[in-house]
Ligand binder design. Structure first.
Ligand SMILES: C[S@@+](CC[C@H](N)C(=O)[O-])C[C@H]1O[C@@H](n2cnc3c(N)ncnc32)[C@H](O)[C@@H]1O
Length: 197
């Protein structure tokens, strides 16, 4: 089973090739995710696990954006991308603080300890009143099917989390004001966006 290493030898062009899961899951989720990302203005944003930057692009005109990824070669946008782990953000950004930590379709690569590490580090690099916005693949509905397919067909180890688990982890990391927005796959529950302050 592999995790984020699956992208090591992948080119940006290959990464952006659309699969059936893109049409089944990402496109329907984008109906809510794209507006949520596009409304961010005049902020300093840390995009964690930005890949080729499909959502990062939406931020560039109106915000200052820095990226973090284990596979920074995927991103060809004119921004700084630190190579490293989501659970080590403060060391990577060397004391810089942000208004928003954004992460799209990355947390499914993190096991429970890594996810807790990411949330704790996100809190550490946020300014007072700053927000974490992260997508999570849900344990229920189409989410379990999605990770099972990833395991069986691609040999990729992926993780789902219930809203209850995520809220607990966010609270443990020091977030207090937490809400979730469902990102369904057509009519099936599949994923959600957690927004925490
Ligand atoms: C499915 S891609 C999502 C890319 C982009 N955010 C998007 O929505 O199109 C997952 C990205 O997360 C990165 N990634 C996975 N685990 C990571 C970790 N622990 N720390 C930093 N980046 C990670 C991978 O290298 C990959 O670029």
């Amino acid at each position: 089973m592999v995790g984020y290493e699956r992208y090591k030898a992948m080119t940006a062009k290959r990464y952006d090739k659309k699969t059936i899961m893109h049409y089944l899951c990402r496109i329907p989720a984008d109906r809510k995710l794209i507006p949520a990302v596009s409304q961010i203005e005049n902020k300093k944003v840390l995009d964690v696990g930005l890949g080729t930057g499909s959502y990062t692009k939406l931020l560039l005109d109106k915000n200052t954006v820095v990226g973090v990824d284990q596979n920074p070669h995927l991103c060809q946008l004119p921004i700084t991308v630190h190579k490293g782990d989501a659970a080590k953000l403060s060391a990577l950004v060397e004391g810089e603080k942000f208004d928003i930590v954004l992460s799209t379709w990355m947390t499914d690569y993190l096991n429970t300890d890594q996810l807790q590490g990411f949330f704790t580090e996100a809190k550490a690099v946020l300014n007072n009143g700053g927000k974490l916005m992260t997508t999570v693949i849900a344990t229920y509905g189409f989410g379990s099917f999605y990770v099972t397919i990833a395991r069986l067909i691609r040999g990729v180890n992926k993780y789902t989390y219930s809203k209850k688990q995520i809220i607990e982890k966010l609270k443990d990391a020091g977030f207090t004001d937490i809400k979730t927005v469902s990102l369904n796959s057509w009519c099936f529950p599949w994923a959600y966006l957690a927004i925490a302050q």
